[in-house]
Design a protein around this ligand. Structure first.
Ligand code: NAP
Length: 481
């Protein structure tokens, strides 16, 4: 095929990766469609105070494009966004990105994909790579009276920077986001209230600074940076973490559990300690890492509120114990709808197959990458892939290695997608494994669970994922057009 064309949807971390790798393959006939006016995905949309990734900075980069300039051990959000902007320029991707261009429909017809944009324009491609992200659609709770609030109220992924934060601020939610915001605003807001329905375990972590000398050394000597990173140990830690999830009695699980228990015991105030004691096993929800939440919530101007929220009133939040918490600002750190993936885009495959219909109950995909009936439609960070306390960049790179092999075969031999049998077998095994993970057995609710209460994330360890991504089992793929 001489005019072989690829369309990538989304210019976040994964879409940029696809662009870089397509170029490296010699495929220049591609476009990246981005509905926003800037690259960055998660790191463009989240700008809340204290925004940090809890993956060690030097491991939160593409493996082929290290960043010697991280200022902290955990990467601050604005530095991550700046890193991706630099990558975009360095790999000359901007000319291939169409900004403010939302694809609303993708339809497989006559052996190619026909893409329709929100403005009515169309494009055609042999292959579509969906790189639309996982935690992308804010989950906004239906708390009675929300519309009546007289102050400023917004979801944390839609932070309103015109709003002053030195007044009375309420933060709802104790996931990674809520915890980071509390740490950032303690002592800044004259009164900071943390509304916590379900306390989470907190894994202690150090977040120091890299000195200018260290950064200069990493800049001058990439080998010194690689040695410092110790990739082998990092991957061993990821393996142990994933073993902790899949085998709750493993030493890895015990290590994390004990560290969380000890961390909680560091709170001397018994009433506060008990108010923050989770009712579920560590790692059941995605583990929250924080260097200082337990200290910051004890700041004289900060307060933990454990009473459930009854409603929001013009003046603030009324809890079920009758107390009105008067507030100027309410931040909803209430998480994301993790079941959407490429939706609301309409994706129509061969013989009228509709992704929306197939995913009505729960999103699935063979190895998180391919769907039967959807030839040449491949996903980065699609349903059932690994999403945990490790770098999604690393995960996307492994997935790209797999997708690249699919692409080469498509280019040489024509359309392909996973067979229905392959997906059925994979999903049966996945669900059985998912029910043995700590996400299922640990007794908690979380965004890992699908509508039927089954963990949707990759239920095996990291090394199994790496092994699966090495080479496609070609007998699991077929042609349906
Ligand atoms: P989250 O982990 O889903 O937490 C949502 C929080 O909101 C929970 O505490 C939940 O309480 C609470 N909540 C939801 N609806 C509520 C309601 N009606 N009333 C009271 N509380 C309510 O969301 P997140 O903190 O935004 O984090 C989502 C994911 O983003 C993380 O797990 C992580 O994968 C990613 N993230 C990563 C980082 C990082 O450092 N890498 C930073 C931020 C986010 P319940 O537990 O009771 O439901």
């Amino acid at each position: 095929m001489t005019d072989f064309r690829v369309v990538v949807i989304g210019a976040g971390m994964a879409g940029l990766l696809a662009g870089i790798k397509l170029k490296a393959m010699g495929i220049d006939n591609f476009s990246i469609y981005e509905k926003a006016d800037r690259i960055g995905g998660t790191w463009r949309e989240n700008t809340y105070p204290g925004l940090t990734c809890d993956v060690p900075s030097h491991h939160y980069t593409y493996s082929f494009e290290r960043n010697p300039d991280w200022t902290r051990h955990l990467p601050p959000g604005p530095e991550i966004q700046a890193y991706f902007e630099r990558c975009c320029d360095h790999y000359r991707l901007r000319q291939s990105i169409r900004f403010n261009a939302e694809i609303t429909r993708a339809q497989w017809q006559d052996g190619r994909w026909r893409l329709t944009l929100a403005n009515g324009e169309t494009d055609d491609a042999d292959v579509v790579i969906a790189a639309t992200g996982v935690l992308h659609h804010p989950s906004t709770p239906a708390i009675p009276g929300m519309a009546d609030f007289a102050g400023a109220l917004f979801h944390t992924a839609r932070w309103d920077h015109s709003v002053a934060l030195d007044g009375r601020v309420g933060v709802i939610g104790m996931g990674s986001t809520g915890v980071q915001i509390i740490s950032a605003l303690a002592g800044v807001s004259c009164q900071l209230s943390h509304f916590v329905r379900t306390p989470q375990w907190i894994m202690p972590v150090h977040n120091g600074y890299y000195s200018e000398e260290e950064r200069a050394r990493f800049r001058a000597d990439p080998a010194a940076l690689e040695a410092y990173m110790d990739v082998v140990t990092y991957h061993r830690n990821v393996e142990n973490y994933t073993l902790g999830i899949t085998q709750p009695d493993s030493p890895g699980a015990q290590y994390f559990r004990q560290a969380c228990f000890d961390n909680l015991e560091s709170i001397e105030d018994e009433a506060l300690r008990e108010a923050l004691r989770p009712d579920h096993e560590p790692m059941c929800k995605r583990l929250v890492f924080s260097p200082d939440y337990y200290q910051k919530i004890q700041h004289p101007q900060a307060r933990l509120v454990r009473a459930d929220i009854e409603r929001i009133e013009p003046a603030g939040i009324r809890t079920v114990d009758g107390e009105l918490h008067e507030l100027d600002v309410i931040a909803l750190a209430t998480g994301f709808r993790a079941d959407q993936f490429v939706r609301p885009m309409q994706v129509l495959g061969a013989n009228g197959a509709s992704l929306d219909r197939l995913w009505a109950q729960r999103p699935v995909a063979y190895l998180a990458v391919s769907m039967p009936g959807f030839p040449n439609f491949f996903m980065l960070n699609g349903p059932n892939g690994p999403v945990g306390n490790y770098s999604l960049i690393d995960i996307a790179e492994h997935q790209w290695g797999y997708i690249q092999q699919l692409l080469e075969r498509v280019r040489d031999q024509g359309p392909l997608c996973a067979t229905a049998q392959a997906l059925e077998d994979f999903d049966r095994e996945r669900i059985a494994a998912a029910k043995t993970t700590i996400w299922y057995t640990g007794g908690c609710q979380s965004w890992y669970l699908d509508a039927e209460g089954v963990p949707a994330s990759w239920p095996w360890n990291y090394s199994r994922f790496v092994a699966e991504m090495k080479t496609p089992k070609w007998n699991h793929f077929g042609v349906e057009s």
